[in-house]
Design a protein around this ligand. Structure first.
Ligand code: MN
Length: 287
């Protein structure tokens, strides 16, 4: 199943190149009272909701994907986890590029572990990226994003992939500088998730997916998730050794080599095999 959030918080199913409105199914979500549980309410109930979503979609009149505004398909993630330097060739370029390392020693995920991106940084492709600090370098990072379904703590490697509800494309936008990663990657709109969720049953092996990003017409990054240092299961095992994962938590799995700057007016075109492609405009936060 391919699930999107579009226009004014409608939920849709993607079939072919069309969007089928499944918003009517949301009446079947259990009622919530304060304090609401951590995580995303729709993702937490996704398995139970699937028949109602499919039925609602069947009864709707489809529209073309191009005619809707795609928002982040996860509305309320419990957290957004990032994977720093999780590709060896990205490590090599970061070591070689003084505009990335700013004189610091660069290690890999084995040393750094993981980092957090602010939930408030999350947008969908139609919202675009609003660059701040345009006097500095702002870089794209295309990544495979995992969305947690069943939560858990101390998840074993063997069980890890059973905890993934879906996959999407993640853009882990970054302003270069000396501040901590969580701040430089936590800017409003610096986490793009889209174009929709592809449920885990449709992705046979997330550790063997081609991914790429173009800026305007120029290919910048082109790799395969098999080149990750921590694979998908290891990322879940590792993260859950530190913190409980909740339904709707997003894990951005790290970026391959080829990171580079974007400026206002650019358009990023990202693609992940088996997931889809999305175009994301770049503008200035202040002009
Ligand atoms: Mn990243």
């Amino acid at each position: 199943m391919r699930l999107c959030r579009f226009d004014d918080d409608k939920v849709g199913l993607i079939r072919g190149d069309q969007v089928f409105d499944a918003t009517a199914a949301l009446v079947h979500l259990p009622a919530l009272n304060w304090p609401v549980p951590l995580g995303d309410h729709l993702i937490a109930n996704l398995d139970a909701m699937r028949p109602a979503l499919e039925t609602a979609a069947d009864e709707s009149r489809p529209v073309s994907i191009e005619s809707v505004a795609l928002m982040s398909p996860v509305a309320n993630p419990g957290k957004i986890i990032g994977a720093p330097v999780n590709y060896h060739k990205h490590h090599e370029e970061a070591v070689a590029d003084s505009e990335i390392n700013l004189g610091r020693e660069i290690k890999t995920i084995d040393t750094y572990g993981l980092f957090m991106k602010a939930n408030s940084s999350l947008v969908g492709p139609s919202e675009g990226v609003a660059l701040r600090f345009t006097d500095r370098r702002n870089d794209h990072e295309v990544e495979l994003a995992m969305v947690i379904g069943q939560g858990g703590s101390d998840i074993s490697r063997a069980d890890a992939m059973d905890h993934v509800a879906a996959y999407a494309i993640g853009l882990d936008m970054t302003v270069r500088g000396t501040e901590d990663r969580s701040l430089r990657k936590g800017v409003d709109s610096y986490s793009v998730l889209g174009p929709w969720l592809v449920t885990a049953d449709e992705i046979a092996n997330p550790d063997n997916l081609d991914l790429e990003i173009l800026v305007n017409e120029e290919t910048r990054q082109k790799s395969n998730t098999r080149n990750m240092i921590f694979d998908c299961a290891r990322l879940i095992e590792y993260a859950s050794a530190f913190m409980t994962l909740y339904p709707g938590d997003i894990i951005m799995t790290g970026t391959p080599e080829g990171v580079g700057p974007v400026v206002p007016g650019d358009t990023m075109h990202a693609w992940v095999e088996g997931v889809g492609r999305m175009s994301v405009p770049v503008r200035a936060h202040k002009s």
